[in-house]
Design a protein around this ligand. Structure first.
Ligand code: FAD
Ligand code: FES
Ligand code: FES
Length: 489
């Protein structure tokens, strides 16, 4: 059985319906049509719901709230969570503060996007760091932009919506969900012990169970956040006979860091991964903040992004340039493989059918290394890269490049290192002549393809310009220019 709370109502569902989407279940089975369907592919946020789950703290437990796109979430992933929908925010006919603020600020016209915005605002209302955020208006605005970046509105315009979010968050008072939190935590903890088991949707509770199920069902598809896999079901109408859901396996959710290595379990969400990654590698923040949307970063995982092997995945170029190691497991056996040896061809990897990705180990860059990550896409928020370029450079006091690693996404059938560019830079002073030589070398590394996202010529030009941009950005560090500003002519 899949057991969860729908708002405050306990729900038990037969495991056979674990692979239908939460949106379909809400609208067609529960007739809760407040949650809207727009794109059906995670891009518009109209279907946003909030999931609350129990998180451990130093002195007990608390509820952790996350917005997700219900159109690309499977019902099986709701187990032991509280699913909160727009119908149940108001209490005794009194609107929730985020709803009231939307009315006060005129944040809704046709209203189709409004339930999704309300739910993203509700998740912001329950951010763990909200008390700190409201003391710093600039930070608060940044979080509002981040929290609403996955919701599209085509008629009201974002200014009143953002004003509504600001009003609600700045005047935060505990709501009925806060008041009921202890009871909710107790209920969810009881549900946690009884996991759904059905060959169509298996939910292992630990690494041993996961390894056994992988051996028993080598044809099963592993499901983490589902932000790639669910599209195969909802867009390509594929039937998946067996799913093994990995996000309940505690060993796959570990994050740890020491002076030399960051270690991520494969099922760590992109948002949690971002938190640790950006502390150690600040250059990665500009890309991670533009990875999908808040909903996609809450759902999607680092492991899913690597194994999906998309040529335009955003984390692989960074992990290639950082020389990350992947830990694969089959049965009780584990093996480590450098990510540079993992991608074999378009959507092909070195992972065997009975293996799964267990962890990712990322070496901490040397103290004098500088990491630059550039994501180029048509839209700022919630868009996949046309090209992603990553430069990991050690430069000595004479501006000589002592260690160079460069990787690109969007330039070949797989994300890949630019070995010729690296050779053209290695051991030389980072001056304009070296940059020109590196740009020439780029043509020997890649022959990108034309597709709907970008033409081959555009990709080649952009990649060359990213080499220049990195050069100017490093130059800017030695001048009065701020990082992010660069000489444009
Ligand atoms: C609206 C939208 C925006 C997006 N934006 C971006 C973006 O900006 N940048 C980007 O790179 N991607 C983007 N994506 C793609 C996707 O979100 C990422 O690739 C994400 O990291 C996938 O993680 P997941 O956990 O959801 O993977 P899932 O969909 O759960 O799985 C993806 C694949 O990996 C396999 N898998 C998952 N975990 C394991 C494991 N532990 N071992 C072995 N196999 C495993 C699955 O079987 C499946 O084949 C976007 C997707 C959507 C829907
Ligand atoms: S319907 Fe558009 S994100 Fe779900
Ligand atoms: S109010 Fe119409 S799409 Fe936002």
């Amino acid at each position: 059985m899949i057991r969860f709370l729908l708002n405050n109502e306990p729900v038990s569902l037969d495991s056979t319906c674990a692979d239908i989407t939460v949106l379909q279940w809400l609208r067609e089975t529960k007739l809760k049509t407040g949650t809207k369907e727009g794109c059906g592919s995670g891009d518009c946020g109209a279907c946003t719901v909030v999931l609350a789950s129990v998180a451990k703290t130093d002195d007990g437990f608390r509820l952790h709230y996350e917005s997700v796109n219900s159109c690309i979430s499977f019902v099986g992933a709701l187990h032991a969570k509280q699913l909160i929908t727009v119908e149940d925010l108001a209490e005794h006919e009194k609107l929730h503060p985020v709803q009231q603020a939307m009315v006060d600020e005129g944040g809704s016209q046709c209203g189709f996007c409004t339930p999704g915005f309300i739910m993203s605002m509700f998740a912001l209302y329950h951010q763990d760091n909200l008390p700190e955020l409201v003391k710093h208006p600039k930070e608060l605005h940044h979080w509002i932009d981040r929290g609403l970046g996955g919701n599209l509105c085509r008629c009201t315009g974002y200014v009143p919506i953002k004003r509504a979010a600001e009003q609600a968050l700045s005047n935060h008072q505990p709501d009925s969900f806060d008041q009921a939190s202890e009871k909710t935590i107790r209920t969810l903890q009881l549900l946690q012990e009884q996991l759904p088991m059905h060959p169509r949707f298996l939910s292992p509770m630990n690494l041993t169970e996961l390894a056994d199920m992988r051996l028993t069902y080598p044809d099963a598809r592993l499901l983490a956040g589902g932000t790639d896999l669910a599209l195969e079901v909802t867009q390509q109408l594929k039937d998946i006979d067996h799913i093994i859901y990995v996000k309940q396996v505690p060993e796959l959710l570990d994050v740890s860091a020491d002076a030399t290595t960051l270690r991520f379990g494969a099922a760590v969400s992109l948002n949690r991964c971002m938190h640790t990654l950006c502390e150690v590698i600040p250059g990665s923040e500009s890309m991670m903040l533009r990875f999908g949307s808040e909903q996609v970063r809450n759902q999607g995982t680092i492991g899913g992004n690597i194994v999906n092997a998309s040529p335009i995945g955003d984390l692989p170029p960074l992990l290639l340039a950082l020389d990350a190691t992947l830990v694969l497991q089959s049965g009780e056996q584990t093996r480590s493989i450098n990510i540079n040896d993992f991608y074999l061809g378009y959507k092909q990897t070195a992972m065997q059918p009975d293996e799964f990705l267990r962890a990712i180990h990322v070496p901490v860059p040397d103290a004098n290394a500088q990491v630059f990550v550039y994501k180029i896409s048509k839209r700022l928020d919630d868009d996949i890269s046309a090209v992603c370029g990553v430069f990991c450079l050690d430069i000595d006091e004479n501006r000589v490049l002592t260690k160079v690693r460069v990787a690109f996404g969007g330039m070949a059938a797989t994300p890949a290192r630019a070995h010729n560019v690296e050779q053209a830079l290695q051991g030389l002073p980072f001056v304009e002549d070296t940059v020109e030589a590196a740009i020439d070398a780029l043509h020997n590394d890649f022959s990108p393809i034309d597709d709907a996202r970008a033409s081959a010529a555009y990709r080649q030009t952009v990649a060359a310009n990213l080499i220049k941009r990195c050069f100017y950005q490093i130059g800017a560090k030695d001048t009065a220019l701020q990082v992010g500003e660069y000489v444009s002519g």
